[in-house]
Design a protein. Sequence first.
Length: 61
Amino acid sequence: RGGVLYFDLWAANRSALERAGAAAGAVRVDGRCTICGRGFPSYRREGERAGRFGVVVGCPR
């Protein structure tokens, strides 16, 4: 866009999971933006004082 390159992290994560063996229909992307919404901490929005959060991913066998 506008001569600037952007990286689609959602697409990259989906692609990596599918290459690792996750079925295409099993990969779900939560489209919420951490900088736009207040539901999650955001370093881009809050700087150094931002909280932290983590994610756990599992695959049933």
